[in-house]
Design a protein around this ligand. Structure first.
Ligand code: HEM
Length: 387
């Protein structure tokens, strides 16, 4: 479904393991995701998270002034923050704010796209039905992904026009891609790649933070063990529950199973995180299980692979971990959060919505209270952003 609008050849995420893909992956790892680069961009993360906190405060104050409810849709704010973060790294600019129409449209379109992408499509099992598109999946996906792509493409196009006019600004990742192309003839080949970074970077980050906050609010005891809680969230609620579908390049024997060449392979990270052979009492929220454990999320421990593993492991893993911890620390330390509509921790709906990413079925709508201002908070934030 994803390949409807981004061809496999131009994509880092679904591209085949070929020299072109290797070049894209290397560019991305070296120019964007090394520890040095990630440290250099700490101020950008700080700026984007600060903007998110400010817009929560402003929107809540405005709602209060209008006499309306102060409840807010947390994942929406986190999505905009992550989207702007990628915007700053890729195109040197903020792209969306919490009140802009495009931001809402994009968030809704991505929500639908992720839902369509995870729905079983009869035409995948009975290929002769493909032309008929009996569930209208292709049509719906084209419409929603098309709209999302159109919005992102508009931003990329504006930036390319600025590049052509030679406008002065700091070097960003689009410059790296364009410089790599030399004469710029193949700009179009790289643009889909720029666009997909927005999708993989924003949706996953906001989904992870939403689940984290939901776990915290349904289990106040865990609030005190925040760091371990993040590992627990990544285990129980991996943002991409089946990672990204992969194709077997050759006939393979995997632990006694024959996998024919060209088969589509899904790795069920969600089930692995709930496997009683790997985890004691897997469904219970027990962040303390990580206190004395060496297991982490970096792809070496196969019982916890929310970012995948091996050569297709998430290229944004270091950035993702930093932005998630900084975003969360800021949300927790700037506000007290309250559930709405008489929901109490025990009755908070934790159902999952099946899709390529796994958002909460019922979005986390909560009320921020009491803006906290203290030195301790700033110290904690500095600690997280340096981590
Ligand atoms: C909490 C946040 C995130 C999670 C849970 C996550 C998870 C993943 C997973 C599971 C994969 C597939 C790995 C595999 O198939 O083995 C992946 C791939 C990818 N991710 Fe992330 N991701 C996150 C954030 C980001 C960010 C912030 C970016 C970039 C700005 C990013 C960019 C990518 C790209 C480009 C790929 C494709 C890599 C390839 O196929 O070579 N991700 N991510």
């Amino acid at each position: 479904m994803y390949s409807l609008l981004i061809t496999n050849e131009a994509s880092l995420a679904v591209g085949n393991f070929r020299p072109y893909w290797r070049m894209l992956r290397r560019l991305c790892s070296v120019e964007l995701m090394t520890n040095k680069r990630i440290n250099e961009t700490a101020s950008i993360r700080r700026k984007c998270v600060d903007q998110m906190i400010r817009s929560i405060e402003d929107d809540v104050a405005a709602a209060k002034a209008r006499g309306e409810s102060r409840e807010l849709n947390l994942p929406h704010y986190m999505f905009l923050m992550s989207f702007n973060l990628v915007g700053n790294l890729m195109l040197s600019r903020d792209l969306l704010d919490s009140q802009c129409k495009e931001g809402h449209e994009l968030f809704q379109a991505m929500d639908k796209v992720m839902g369509w992408a995870g729905k079983p499509n009869i035409a995948d099992f009975l290929p002769f039905l493909k032309w008929l598109d009996p569930q209208e999946m292709k049509r719906n996906m084209s419409r929603d992904l098309g709209r999302a792509m159109e919005i992102v493409a508009g931003f990329v196009k504006e930036r390319i026009e600025e590049h052509k006019l030679g406008k002065e600004k700091a070097k960003d990742f689009l410059d790296v891609l364009l410089e790599h192309e030399g004469d710029g003839k193949e700009w179009h080949g790289k643009i889909p790649y720029e666009k997909e970074m927005f999708f993989w970077g924003s949706e996953t980050t906001s989904t992870t933070v939403e689940w984290f906050m939901a776990e915290l609010l349904s289990n106040p005891e865990a609030m005190r063990k925040v760091k371990e809680e993040l590992n627990e969230t990544l285990t129980l609620h991996p943002a991409l529950p089946l990672l990204i579908p992969r194709n077997a390049l050759q006939d393979t024997n995997f632990m006694g199973c024959h996998i024919p060449r060209d088969s589509q392979v899904f790795v069920n990270a969600w089930a692995i995180g709930r496997d009683p052979d790997s985890w004691e009492d897997p469904l219970a929220c027990k962040p303390e299980r990580f206190l004395k454990s060496n297991i982490d999320y970096k792809g070496q421990n196969f019982e916890l692979i929310p970012f995948g593993s091996g050569r297709r492991i998430c290229v944004g893993i270091t950035l993702a971990h930093r932005v998630v911890t900084l975003g969360l620390a800021s949300l927790i330390h700037n506000f007290d959060w309250e559930l709405v509509n008489n929901v109490i921790p025990d009755t908070l709906d934790m159902s999952e919505r099946i899709g390529i990413t796994m958002r909460k079925l019922v979005p986390l709508i909560i009320i921020p209270k009491n803006v906290k201002e203290c030195l301790e908070m700033h110290l904690v934030l500095v600690m997280y952003s340096l981590n």
